[in-house]
Design a protein around this ligand. Structure first.
Ligand SMILES: *[C@@H]1O[C@H](CO)[C@@H](O)[C@H](O)[C@H]1NC(C)=O
Ligand SMILES: *[C@@H]1O[C@H](CO)[C@@H](O)[C@H](O)[C@H]1NC(C)=O
Ligand SMILES: *[C@@H]1O[C@H](CO)[C@@H](O)[C@H](O)[C@H]1NC(C)=O
Ligand SMILES: *[C@@H]1O[C@H](CO)[C@@H](O)[C@H](O)[C@H]1NC(C)=O
Ligand SMILES: *[C@@H]1O[C@H](CO)[C@@H](O)[C@H](O)[C@H]1NC(C)=O
Length: 570
């Protein structure tokens, strides 16, 4: 009987697919399978070399805002500039003697600048900033600069891209990587930068309004910057801002369960329950048959197997309203799952607990799922490489700077942010196996970061470092929150169902993009009228409230005589 499963598998030819991008493994899945990540990276690099001239942000299935050092948009007309940044802003963690500064990259566009106009600094967050340059070309920086005669700047975060204050990535070398240090980088930059060609313009925050923008983690740093350093940041736009750090972030999957096609989610929930039931029997023949069915016969650990099944789910977040930058993988995954299956299986699994009522139909659908995983996940492990070396989550080695694309964010979530993604608690339906716990997801913290002499990763992330500044309640005048109702991260933002209700005002804008996913206001089209109505609306709103804030700035002169009013304003 189970042999039929194996036969069915053998009959399915593995199809290579580009649907899984290395970048999507780093943040949006429970545990990083580092081996698979490395294989995907080298495959992507080879692919890019093959179609070097083809490179365009319109690659059909690209994760939006994908960035990695090999994927520079060569077409960008903006050149990187280097700023001498302080290695440390914290006297308790001093820079090594003799190297107090490092070079931090930034890009800017002053083509819309009019005298007295503002500066918009886009914090590129936990990624190579070259992936954000399109926001100068056609996205939020261009939209706001054009509307207000401003300068747009893309600012690379320390420990990402090419902006490193250290020479390697040992645990000790990560001691200068904290959220606060990165915010202070942007402060120091705003107070000291002299933009080439604009040497005669006084851009000091006392003389020029600086407005910060960021999405996701950088949205949170933007909110924190506006709250902690209001004298530097006149305003802030915090998009999909995760202002609440959460260790066990099982809520990641809730918006997917609520907004993805119902039939697809219902099937996934049922399949997940069935898979967990089979694994729970702990019968080695049954377990190995199940893994074989999904094309993953040699993945030794059950939870690593379950983790591999979650990989397509990260593509929900990679969707975008602009089909040119958005991923279609999730849609295809659901289509595959809910398609009419042609295979008829002859299986007797009645002994399993909670087996759904119509086993035939269920199993036919189950075979769709297994086939998808075999063709699109298992197949991404190169031939001749052991599956444990691809899908295992035991080894996190490498101290070179080139490890930054997976390692730097891991360090940040292990120390301050948490966001260990996993199964929902009992009583809630889950679309990932219950074997995937926060403990499993968090293993990378001890495995990748052995204690050093100067620095160690805490036993659990110290989320207080972030949450002490307001968490779901974080609020400040001229600080806007923009979220998407279908964003997996909404549960960590001020639009979380757990957060208090707020009003949306010009001073404290509070916007929700209907069915929006992750910072969907950040990109735009050159022809704005071609954007979907909801995106045109948010861009219009952003221009409107930023203009109101700039009006306040220009009115400041009048209030100088009236300190009480001035204080109220700031
Ligand atoms: C990492 O860099 C530090 C500081 O330059 C150096 O002392 C240390 O030996 C390096 N470690 C490794 C493993 O390269
Ligand atoms: C999932 O299982 C439930 C409960 O047995 C059933 O009502 C539902 O129809 C199943 N969903 C699908 C898509 O088969
Ligand atoms: C699994 O391991 C066996 C024995 O080493 C090997 O023959 C087979 O090719 C492996 N299968 C996969 C899909 O890696
Ligand atoms: C699936 O099968 C049903 C019933 O046989 C049929 O009505 C439906 O059109 C089929 N759907 C697709 C996508 O083939
Ligand atoms: C966590 O961070 C807070 C705020 O910086 C600090 O007061 C507290 O001591 C830290 N907790 C631990 C266990 O280190």
């Amino acid at each position: 009987m189970l042999i039929h499963l194996l036969a069915l598998l053998a009959a399915t030819t593995a199809v290579q697919s580009q649907s899984l991008a290395s970048e999507s493994l780093v943040k949006d899945v429970p545990a990083l399978p580092l081996g698979l990540y490395r294989h995907l990276q080298s495959a992507e690099a080879a692919q890019r070399r093959a179609d070097e001239s083809e490179y365009a942000i319109s690659a059909p299935d690209q994760i939006p805002f994908l960035s990695n050092p090999l994927q520079k948009p060569s077409s960008s007309r903006f050149r990187p500039h280097l700023f001498d940044q302080l290695v440390s802003h914290d006297p308790d963690v001093p820079a090594p003697s003799g190297s107090p500064t490092f070079q931090q990259r930034y890009w800017f566009d002053a083509s819309h600048y009019r005298k007295g106009g503002p500066v918009y600094l886009l914090d590129a967050g936990e990624t190579d900033a070259t992936g954000r340059l399109l926001f100068l070309e056609s996205g939020i920086l261009k939209i706001l600069s054009e509307a207000t005669g401003g300068i747009g700047i893309v600012f690379e975060h320390r420990y990402y891209g090419e902006s490193f204050p250290v020479k390697n990535l040992t645990t000790d070398s990560y001691r200068f990587l904290t959220t606060l240090q990165s915010i202070q980088d942007s402060n120091y930059f705003a107070e000291n930068v002299v933009l080439p060609g604009l040497e005669d313009v006084d851009l000091h925050p006392k003389k020029t309004p600086w407005i910060r923008y960021g999405g996701s983690y950088a949205g949170a740093t933007t909110a924190l910057a506006r709250k902690l350093y209001p004298e530097i940041w006149w305003g802030g736009l915090a998009s999909s801002a995760v202002t609440t750090a959460i260790v066990d972030f099982w809520e990641y999957y809730v918006p997917i369960q609520e907004h993805a096609p119902k039939e697809c989610i219902s099937q996934l929930e049922n399949h997940t329950a069935a898979i967990d039931s089979i694994l729970a029997v702990k019968n080695s023949f049954l377990t190995s048959s199940l893994k074989s069915y999904f094309g993953l016969p040699n993945v030794t650990s059950d939870v690593d197997f379950a983790n591999a099944l979650t990989l397509p789910l990260g593509s929900w977040q990679a969707r975008n309203w602009d089909p040119k930058v958005g991923s279609k993988t999730f849609h295809r995954f659901c289509e595959a799952l809910t398609a009419n299956s042609t295979s008829s299986l002859d299986l007797d699994l009645d002994f399993l607990p909670k087996w759904p009522s119509n086993p035939r139909k269920q199993l036919a659908a189950f075979s769709n799922y297994a086939t998808y995983v075999k063709e699109h996940i298992a197949s991404r492990c190169p031939e001749g490489v052991a599956q444990d070396d691809c899908f295992g989550t035991d080894l996190y080695e490498g101290d070179g700077i080139e490890e930054a694309p997976w390692k730097s964010w891991a360090y940040q979530f292990c120390t301050e942010w948490g966001y260990f993604i996993g199964a929902a608690p009992k009583g809630h339906p889950t679309i990932v196996s219950r074997l995937i716990t926060a403990d499993y997801t968090g293993q990378i913290c001890t495995k990748a970061f052995p204690p050093g002499e100067l620095n160690a990763v805490p036993a659990t992330p110290n989320v207080t470092k972030i949450n002490q500044y307001g968490s779901f309640d974080l609020s400040h005048p001229r600080l806007a929150f923009i979220d998407g109702s279908a964003d997996p991260w909404i549960g960590a933002t001020p639009h979380s169902p757990q957060a208090r209700k707020r009003k949306d005002t010009l001073r404290r804008p509070f916007k929700l993009i209907p069915e929006g996913v992750h910072h969907w206001d950040e990109n735009g089209l050159l022809d704005r009228s071609s954007e979907p109505e909801a995106i045109q609306a948010i861009h219009r709103d952003e221009v409107e409230f930023v203009q109101a804030w700039l009006k306040e700035w220009r009115g400041r002169g009048k209030w100088k005589m009236d300190p009480s009013r001035w204080r109220k304003d700031v």
